[in-house]
Write a protein that binds this ligand. Structure first.
Ligand code: NAP
Length: 295
């Protein structure tokens, strides 16, 4: 049996349509225009393309967006001053600083400087703490997107054995926390694996839902999963270049073999990736509603 493909492209499209309508309604009924600023320091090509995609998506949804491109030698002080300026700017409800930052800038200091009420990436400790406690907050975009994919595909998470590979602050750790919450797309039993895990295969083979966020191309093969597993492949790995000069991408899971055993699987590209930017837009709309007393 071949797995049902969970298309992030299609789910993201549906959520964006809902968001566009919500933004139109906010404007028409409340004269509120959600505003997002994206700040990029330096010219890393991947970061440039992410930031451009974020600004474009915001624009397409009717969200007011500003993009600030700063040179790679921008000082930490200058960046902090810019963040303080946007913290006070009433037009701006969400502030996103594209990571990674150049080495001479302390990432923690910068993320902590963002007003938690404008922290649409969900990386500020106030939002991380609220997420762990199950309080309303900005959820980090990639795990939030995965929850939406599971819910909208009708995957039952309650009581499921969920095995997560990778313990990063942006995917693995928040994913584990979210899926053990007592609410929709939660109530799962969580195992979190990393490079010190003694027998990763033992865990992957008993997973009802396997979420791979390690950054190793095709790490998980068919013999490491059970029949009927749900696969969420977060990995984005460049494994070559096409003749037209486009990067060839692979996930952390060997798609062709594993899809024959799984019940659901996300492709790479076209799986988790498109959801991440979409959830950033969702958080921006949420920020605008919170700031104007509508939520
Ligand atoms: P990361 O910071 O790159 O860390 C990788 C994690 O995987 C670490 O916790 C590491 O363990 C663990 N790991 C590495 N090899 C392993 C193995 N063989 N078995 C078990 N665990 C292993 O993680 P990340 O930032 O979450 O990124 C992971 C992947 O997801 C990357 O390919 C990234 O590009 C992709 N990603 C995609 C999106 C999206 O929107 N689609 C968003 C974010 C990330 P240790 O902690 O022990 O080192």
């Amino acid at each position: 049996m071949s797995a049902k493909i969970i298309s992030g492209v299609e789910i993201a499209k549906a959520i964006r349509k809902e968001l566009k309508e919500e933004v139109e309604e906010l404007k028409a009924k409340h004269d509120v225009v959600p505003g997002l600023v994206t700040i990029l320091v330096g010219e890393d090509p991947a970061s440039v393309s992410y930031v451009t995609a974020k600004s474009k998506t915001a624009h397409a949804l009717g969200i007011y967006s500003e993009q600030v491109d700063m040179p790679g030698d921008t000082s930490e002080k200058e960046l902090l001053e810019l963040i303080h300026k946007f913290n006070k700017d009433k037009k701006i409800h969400g502030i996103l600083v594209q990571l990674p930052l150049p080495k001479h800038i302390d990432e923690g200091k910068v993320l902590y400087a963002i007003d938690p009420d404008k922290d649409v990436d969900g990386f500020h400790p106030v939002n991380v703490g609220k997420m762990v406690l199950g309080e309303r907050c900005f959820l980090p975009c990639t795990p939030h997107g995965i929850l939406q994919m599971l819910q909208r595909s009708g995957v039952e998470t309650s009581g499921a054995e969920v095995v997560i590979l990778g313990r990063s602050n942006i995917v693995g750790k928040p994913m584990a926390n979210l899926m053990l919450q007592k609410r929709a797309a939660g109530n799962a039993t969580i195992t979190l694996c990393h490079t010190r895990t003694k027998d990763t295969d033992f865990h992957t083979r008993r997973a009802d839902i396997l979420i791979a966020a390690v950054g190793v191309p095709n790490l998980i093969k068919a013999d490491q999963v059970k029949d009927g597993v749900v696969i969420i492949d977060v990995g984005v790995n460049r494994v070559g270049m096409s003749e037209s000069g486009k990067a060839i991408l692979a996930g952390d899971v060997e798609f062709e073999s594993v899809k024959e055993k799984a019940s659901f699987i996300t492709p790479v590209p076209g799986g988790v990736g498109p959801m991440t930017i979409t959830m950033l837009m969702k958080n921006t709309v949420q920020a605008a509603k919170q700031a104007t007393g509508l939520l």
